[in-house]
Design a protein around this ligand. Sequence first.
Ligand code: BTN
Length: 235
Amino acid sequence: MIQNFTFLELSQVTSTQDVAHELARDGKLSHSMVIIAKEQTKGRGRYDRTWLSPEGGLYISIVLKPPLKLEYWSQISYVIGISLCEAIMHIDPTTVPKLKWVNDVLIGNKKVAGILLELIEGETLVVGMGVNLKANARVDELLGAHLDGKFKAEELLDVFLRRLKYNYNLWCDTGFEPIRTLWLRMAYGIGKAINVNLRTQTQSGTLIGIDDLGRLQLLDGATMRLISAGDVFFH
Ligand code: BTN
């Protein structure tokens, strides 16, 4: 359960994820710690991609030790995604974010936020989240999207953490089902034709939803495929 968050606020770091790994080595990581940086010089995304992190965005890593079996821990992506969407809609009801499997937050059909899960020694989860709050030439060049400067980092973080506390505790108490329901309500592209890039192959079909464990349901002809990890592309 999350009771209260503790904060470590830094100005420039390589990556808030790196800071978490260093603290872990020194035995200084604790559950529900939030590491915040104004700027990252080596922000990273999924599959070792770069996450451009100029000043003006929101860059955080949250340390969690879920009281559930390790096999369920990846569901935290959904808990984080819906919490961020709820926070965005709470602050500006005219902005309607969508969630693209597995952990991208979109406005329109462009990505404004990404989530990265890293496991430390099989016992601690470090959840990194980056949000592009305003326009930046380098980010825009790479076709990244942003929240138009309408959101202040402190306010967004504050509302997000309140929603996260609620949703995380709900997940710990009752399991994945209510989180799955909320995620499906905000999901992008249900019913659309997609390609999913897996490590060594691509699978195509219709996006149906997610199952009770959080796996993507892809209907390929008459076969329902369940996918745990991959990159989704819409046609
Ligand atoms: C992705 O979409 O690929 C995930 C991006 C995650 C970026 C965040 S920013 C804060 C934290 N520190 C990092 O270096 N990465 C994550």
